[in-house]
Write a protein that binds this ligand. Structure first.
Ligand SMILES: Cc1cc2nc3c(=O)[nH]c(=O)nc-3n(C[C@H](O)[C@H](O)[C@H](O)COP(=O)(O)OP(=O)(O)OC[C@H]3O[C@@H](n4cnc5c(N)ncnc54)[C@H](O)[C@@H]3O)c2cc1C
Length: 423
């Protein structure tokens, strides 16, 4: 690695300019940390040029504080919708019994909103627009990292881009997604679970108002979430067993619309599918550690969760926030941000949150998907109980449990596999 060498180009190199990498760059840049971010894709388009898309992220609780700190919450708000209430409809005996329903309002916990539902492209572009004006951050798009050099005891991590340029810094932060090459190079293994499900995503418009309520139907094939967006539109995350999802995705537009409409129990009136439906494999993948030689991994490079839980990027933004804090503190104290002691601090800050969320989501996934009738009855009784418990307990549910939603069981392995979307 000695071609076109740029020594000590930054305090932190970030591999990956998805939402997690861009958020980390924004947080570091605001703290005067010299940062170089590299992504192989094209840069996000300006906010004003974004067209509607089917994928959104529900940003809950602390994520809003982090987006505010990263300087982009105000840019996102005009394109996003507040989530003021969450409704769970247990429709596991679809067609036979009346579905059971429970509703939690943010104001029960003294809040105006649970969070914001933001189109992915909006969040991505807002972060990039903010970064363009930050003198501490350089973003290189359409540049693929081809070689990664992480030596125990070396003063820097080094990367070589496909074009030949070499960059080095004391710390390499890996936000390069679920198939992270940096994670693999750092020798960090993962635990995988394949739920044999596919999440179908699309945007719909509807004749009845959503009233700021995010609704999740628990159904035998998997959960179906309808999350509010502005102007009587909502984003759909509809999980089915993969073979069923493939069949739905191959239906003509009108028939898919009818199939979805039937599953929404009339709550949204007449619906129209506004964007081409896409399919995303539902897996969980958890890294066994968060750090290696001069490396910290975050977001989907460290953990992939069932999408329906709306936890993935929320957890990833908390990684970015805690990593930015750890690095900033170390630099302010004159410490090496890629040293083992600093990396250990990041790992200890993150490991409990990641452990609790990934295990909790997985457990709930399997509980909701179980075909066992007694287990389904217990679940329904638990929901019925929630409608009667005193307010303080409901507040606990809102704070600790409700943001851990649902999916299905699966098989476990230690392998890494690619997970491209198919439409
Ligand atoms: C259907 C669905 C719905 C979801 N809904 C929610 C939700 O409501 N709330 C929530 O919190 N989360 C949700 N998630 C999860 C969320 O979308 C992910 O957590 C998030 O997009 C992951 O972001 P990331 O930055 O970690 O990874 P990515 O977005 O995958 O970014 C990785 C980046 O690294 C780059 N890269 C990779 N390798 C290289 C290389 N060698 N050189 C250069 N660049 C490289 C890639 O080009 C890419 O831009 C959902 C997920 C799905 C599938």
């Amino acid at each position: 690695m000695n071609k076109k060498r740029h020594d000590r180009d930054a305090d932190v190199l970030i591999a990956g300019g998805g939402p997690a990498g861009l958020a980390l760059a924004a947080l570091l840049g605001k703290n005067d940390v010299k940062t170089l971010l590299i992504d192989k894709k094209a840069p996000p388009p300006p906010l004003r040029e974004i067209s509607p898309e089917g994928r959104t992220v529900a940003m809950l609780g602390r994520s809003l504080d982090i987006l505010e700190k990263a300087g982009v919450l105000a840019l996102c708000r005009p394109h996003a919708e507040r989530i003021e209430a969450m409704r769970i409809i247990d429709d596991s005996a679809h067609g036979f019994k009346p579905p059971f329903e429970t509703l939690f309002r943010a104001r029960e916990a003294g809040r105006e909103e649970f969070g914001l539902n933001i189109p992915n492209a909006v969040l991505h572009s807002a972060l990039y627009e903010f970064l363009k004006n930050n003198k501490n951050v350089t973003c290189l798009f359409e540049e693929e990292i081809e070689e990664i050099n992480l030596r125990q005891g070396a003063p820097d991590a080094e990367i070589r881009l496909a074009g030949g340029a070499v960059f080095s810094a004391p710390l390499l932060a890996a936000a390069d997604g679920r198939d992270s090459a940096v994670r693999q190079q750092a020798g960090i293994s993962v635990r995988d679970r394949d739920y044999a499900q596919t999440a179908m995503t699309m945007l719909i418009s509807h004749s009845s108002a959503h009233n700021g309520i995010s609704t999740e139907f628990h159904r035998p094939g998997g959960p179906l979430a309808v999350v509010p967006l502005p102007d009587n539109t909502s984003s759909i995350v509809w999980v089915e067993k993969t073979e069923d999802a493939r069949a739905f995705l191959s239906l003509p537009h009108k028939r898919l619309e009818t199939a979805l409409q039937e599953r929404l129990n009339g709550i949204y009136g007449d619906i129209r599918i506004e964007t081409p439906p896409e399919g995303w494999p539902v897996i969980s993948r958890t890294a066994t550690r968060l750090t290696g030689a001069r490396t910290a991994i975050l977001a989907e490079a460290a953990h992939v969760l069932s999408p329906i839980t709306a936890q993935g990027l929320n957890l990833g933004l908390r990684d970015a926030d805690d990593l930015a804090k750890t690095v900033t503190e170390s630099l302010q104290l004159g410490l090496d941000p890629g040293s083992k002691s600093v990396l250990d601090r990041y790992e200890s800050r993150r490991k409990n949150d990641i452990f609790i969320r990934t295990r909790g989501v997985d457990g709930l996934n399997r509980c909701v998907a179980t075909p066992s009738k007694p287990a389904r009855m217990i679940r329904r009784a638990a929901f019925a109980g929630l409608n009667r418990v005193p307010a303080p307990l409901r507040r606990t549910v809102i704070d600790r449990i409700l943001t851990l939603p649902h999916g299905t069981s699966g098989t476990r392995s230690e392998q890494t596999h690619g997970t491209p979307p198919y439409a």
